[in-house]
Ligand binder design. Sequence first.
Ligand SMILES: *Cc1c(COP(=O)(O)O)cnc(C)c1O
Length: 419
Amino acid sequence: MKYQNNLAFAKQQDKEDTLSHLRNRFHIPKDKSGKVWLYFTGNSLGLQPKSTKEYINQELEDWASLGVEGHFEAKNPWLNYHEYLTDKMAKIVGAKSVEVVVMNTLTTNLHLLMVSFYKPTKQKYKIVIESDAFPSDRYAVQSQLKFHGFSEDDVIEWKPREGQELLHIEDLETIVEEQGDEIALLLIGGVNYYTGQFLDLKRIAEIGHSKNCVVGIDLAHGAGNIQPNLHESGVDFAAWCTYKYLNSGPGSLAGLFVHEKHAKNKELPRFAGWWNHNKQTRFNMRQPFDVMEGAEGWQLSNPPILSMAAIKASLDMFDEIGMDALREKSEKLTGYFEFLINEIGSNDIKIITPKNPKERGCQLSIQVKNADKNLHKKLMEKHVITDWREPDVIRCAPVPMYTSFEDVYEMVSILKGLV
Ligand SMILES: *Cc1c(COP(=O)(O)O)cnc(C)c1O
């Protein structure tokens, strides 16, 4: 696509954008003086769809008028509420419905998945993560190692090469080739939170499986952003939160994926509660535990309906629009963002996210020379919300659902004035 560095071009793109109307279906935050923010942090907390309130109110009203009977009599009976989310969530991550469930929060899900899929032996116990893994993921795997009697130094880091920022898949290949006999698990961020690099999940699965290592993916920065095709990729498990690109509200419940090949394996070790017990006999009480097949077989508790109502509001929108259309706009919009930043031609900033649209989602990570945090602060003062990540990166995500080409143009004009 041929881009132009002028406002008229940006406005024309918005006119031609078949998704531009979606912006009006979100609340866009304003500052104290009433000025609308240029919001580039949907990768941290997605904006609130205007419909969310109605969805939550529905459940509040049904709770008020029905009490416990709401489990059966609510407009959306609570008993099976999570099932309303499954098919739509599965479509977003490219999975079969049996492979997906919404439950708990992300780090909790990673732990529950490791209970089943991290089965270290004396010889084969190490865990591979990216050197720039999100801290929570690193702490989670370190604590799993320690829980099983190993050391937190038994983490192997997949690192960028000297002087580089991005990961090379060949380097993971080398790690697994050389040390695979000692590696039990690869737990990799599908889209790296820091650089925005979208890794080839299918390759990662093949590499891990070539030495009988289990492969798990953290999709916190992938779900609702890129199309991970989880089923097809062959990874064993995945988990992601819903408050980033999935616009489901702060701390909302997370997604979990277990590949179909494990769906019927009742021998996998796992923790149990009444919610992963057979639905048909769950309320008969005094039954021996009978685990459900598929991803539902990892649930423990009856889930918070109010959080799921917010997720339902968001997933209904995703379902209406479809990831194909969102992704198409996203590639154009982020491409435009990249083009404009490069047009600034400053040596003070450098995009470290991959140039190839297939290797990134909507986020661009801008490395700032001398780690000058002031730039981030000055952007805030000019109504641009971005996010500063130590040591030296400003992450910006033009989310296709509610960001316009004009927003992107304006944002970069402001950035240009500051560098
Ligand atoms: C956002 C994020 C988390 C957050 O974990 P929670 O359990 O939801 O608090 C974890 N891992 C990654 C990679 C993330 O991007």
